[in-house]
Design a protein around this ligand. Structure first.
Ligand code: SAH
Length: 337
């Protein structure tokens, strides 16, 4: 059975028109599911009995199971979801003064092999479907009994390595008649798949783009992130310039501070030189511990921050959330078999 969550509103309208129903029935059903969170077609009282019967026998509103749920002292909740084929992925719900965000995975496992990231310890077994990503949001909202206002595609997997599904997912959750998550409230983080950054610019969606840079030189970056052997920093810079020109959205460079590796003043200066004309942001990320790796959290983050500030770079230091339950950046991987 097809998942209801795989339909954009215009696809649902086409489906209903082809079946002889009305276009506005699509908005009605979207409203029940995404606004009222009603997951039983038979309760959709303003829908004809005939259409309800069709929906019940042809579209599924099933959600993944939550097999682990952990709540951190800062109220961050980490979920491990399980899909029908027993694939498992994590999602993290975070509370901020400005709303509730959900960090979503885009793949089951990850093939990018970044040397500091726990998610890459399990190789990719498959991409997540757009509908599966939508369904995790629905499940988390129902479980936590609150609406999600912001989405960060920063969980397990490389979203631009699952391009079509991720684009469709963003269109579904952005629809005003659906979950209505504002386009400016959606952030996609990539390790730098250059051709796909150009493609993303062409979509003209206006989402926030974050680039996991982590080093300002190719020499260093290639030792940390294998993807740098395929796409060099200069190519990433070209791609993000294009993205900015096309969409007007400012880019964020994520920079993980690893003690003794990339956290010296010299690297802060190199980073400032690299991006000074881009009108971009830098988000400094404290390294979160992963047992298998020997990296250490930098003690130099304030100096690094100050140096960038002094050089006129727009910089923020990321606030850690959920690290007591291994829900922080880079710690996601299912420990359950
Ligand atoms: N594949 C995408 C999205 C997933 S990673 C990407 O590379 O951007 C999300 C963010 O967490 C990235 O910036 C990643 O580099 C960072 N990260 C990975 N391991 C980390 C760790 N151990 N501590 C802190 N951040 C980490």
């Amino acid at each position: 059975m097809n998942s209801f969550y795989s339909y954009t509103i215009s696809e649902l309208e086409d489906l209903f028109i082809n079946l002889g129903y009305k276009k506005f029935n699509a908005s009605q059903v979207y409203d029940w599911v995404y606004k009222k969170l009603e997951l039983d077609f038979s309760n959709m009282s303003n829908i004809s009995k005939d259409l309800r019967t069709y929906l019940e026998s042809n579209l599924s509103l099933d959600l993944p199971k939550i097999i682990v749920k952990e709540e951190s002292s800062d109220s961050t909740i980490k979920y491990l979801f399980e899909f029908e084929d027993l694939s498992k992925v994590e999602g993290v719900l975070m509370h901020h003064p400005y709303g509730t965000s959900f960090c979503i995975s885009s793949q089951v496992g990850c093939n990018m092999g970044c040397s500091f990231c726990a998610s890459g310890l399990k190789k990719k077994t498959r991409n997540l479907e757009a509908s599966e990503m939508v369904s995790m949001i629905m499940k988390a909202m129902l479980d936590a009994n609150e609406r999600i206002s912001h989405i960060v595609i920063m969980g397990t997997g490389e979203p631009l390595d699952n391009y079509d599904n991720v684009i469709k997912f963003m269109k579904i959750i952005n629809a005003p008649k659906g979950l209505e998550i504002g386009i400016r409230h959606i952030t996609l983080s990539t390790c730098g798949l250059v051709p796909k950054i150009f493609d993303l610019a062409e979509e003209n969606l206006g989402i926030n783009l974050a680039i996991s840079l982590h080093a300002p030189t190719n020499e260093l970056r290639s030792t940390l992130m294998p993807i740098n052997k395929a796409y060099k920093i200069e190519e990433i810079i070209e791609a993000v310039k294009y993205y900015f020109d096309k969409t007007g959205r400012r880019i964020t460079f994520e920079y993980l501070l690893l003690e003794g590796i990339n956290d010296s003043r010299l690297y802060a200066d190199k980073l400032a030189d690299l991006i000074k004309n881009l009108n971009a942001y830098v988000n400094l990320i404290p390294y979160n511990h992963v047992d298998e790796f020997s990296y250490k959290t930098s003690k130099n983050s304030n100096e690094f921050y100050d140096e960038l500030k002094k050089r006129g770079i727009n910089v923020t230091l990321r606030h850690k959330m959920g690290d007591d339950i291994d829900a922080a950046c880079g710690q996601l991987r299912s420990k359950v078999k």
